[in-house]
Design a protein around this ligand. Sequence first.
Ligand SMILES: Nc1ncnc2c1ncn2[C@@H]1O[C@H](COP(=O)(O)OP(=O)(O)OP(=O)(O)O)[C@@H](O)[C@H]1O
Length: 472
Amino acid sequence: MTQEKWGQLRQKLLKTVGQNNYSTWIEPLEFQELHDGVAVFTVPTNFMGNYVSQNFADLILYELNSSGESVQRIAFRVAANSPARPATATASVGKRPTESKHATPTTETVSTDTRATGSAFDPLDSLQAAPLDARFTFDSFVVGKPNELAHAAARRVSEGGPVTFNPLVLYGGVGLGKTHLMHAIAWELKSKRPDLNVLYLSAEQFMYRFVQALRERRMMDFKHLFRSVDVLMVDDVQFIAGKDSTQEEFFHTFNALVDQNKQIIISADRAPGEIKDLEDRVKSRLQCGLVVDLHPTDYELRLGILQNKVQQHKATYPDLKIADGVLEFLAHRISTNVRVLEGALTRLFAFASLVGREIDMDLTQDCLADVLRASERKITVEEIQRKVSDYYNIRLSDIIGPKRLRSYARPRQVAMYLCKQLTSRSLPEIGRRFGGRDHTTVMHGVKRIEELKLTDGQIAEDVEMLRRALEA
Ligand SMILES: Nc1ncnc2c1ncn2[C@@H]1O[C@H](COP(=O)(O)OP(=O)(O)OP(=O)(O)O)[C@@H](O)[C@H]1O
């Protein structure tokens, strides 16, 4: 393979893995040679070799073969001018994180130092778990009303006792802590039940391994390996929707493990029944156990998370000073997701340390102007009406118009309820925008939906889905 061809393949990889992953993990790979079916790349550090083997090796292999090269394996060597010794990379989940005072993000990988020439890391030789993030433990997970059930279920499963609900499905919107909880379960199980073979991986990694096994005609190995785990954790299962063969294999793996009474833990960005293009049989299997929702954060939870992060940061930087009201302001203003909230805080810490100042309101407004502007987006009554009519597949004019048929009246009430919840409009104002209705009609509609949310699961689900879509 020529360097030019590798250059083209990298562009393909960029599209699949996204800019961030590309710049961090793919761009620094230097193609060295392709010899006897082994493609050799040099990497700046051993850590990087480990990480790329675990997370992207299957994908790279797939792209190489799809482009007409015949590659069985990929090997990573640390570049000769690097301070590290040459090594091929292999990786597995490490030990439980020791309490580090440094809040540096780390993923634990263990590298073997097999001096390298042609020997390569082969993801099918053993069960390679994705690395666990040392920060994602139960200790660092802040519990509030929106996530208390998910947290309790995760805690129960992490005890490693008899399997009571199988699978446990954690679902919720972006950045609400699903991955955090999955890693926390894995860490806890590893410490409490080291005898158990715990495998955590993303649905994407499951697919790449499956594709690789197919290509190498090693399906028996694949099946054997996946069926030998005691606890299988698959993150972001929605990824396999629409990928028929992967779903089928996932389905069989799932059944085999459940038959053996092995625990399965799944996460998804929405309820299993709502995942488009996921086969019905997979949906119904996922719904067999305990399905719990991580709700969008509320003000108290956001504040708790911020306070927790500040406390952690202060352990390393005791001089950090934050003026009263800053955390409250952030918790109030940044309600999109926890990742954005954390990012804002990290930026503040960095900025404050660079300029050597206390973090006060002025500094916060200066430093986070773009984040604050982005989260300023206000939801309008019109937007709600449009989303609701799309969702229920009715015309916008029927939401606003006079028709009293149940098929229009209920969506209309849902829309009124959402307007009350998500905008600052008063009841008379909302009434006016719903075809000049009286404020008592709006009040009745809002009350009716509040009642139905408690008794009718479908309505509760509809409202939740709509709210998420509007807040996204
Ligand atoms: N309750 C919480 N307490 C502490 N940190 C939290 C909490 N919820 C989320 N976080 C933090 O927010 C960030 C995003 O969380 P995580 O990656 O688990 O989200 P996710 O639900 O898996 O999102 P995605 O669907 O995008 O994968 C992480 O850094 C995580 O530690």
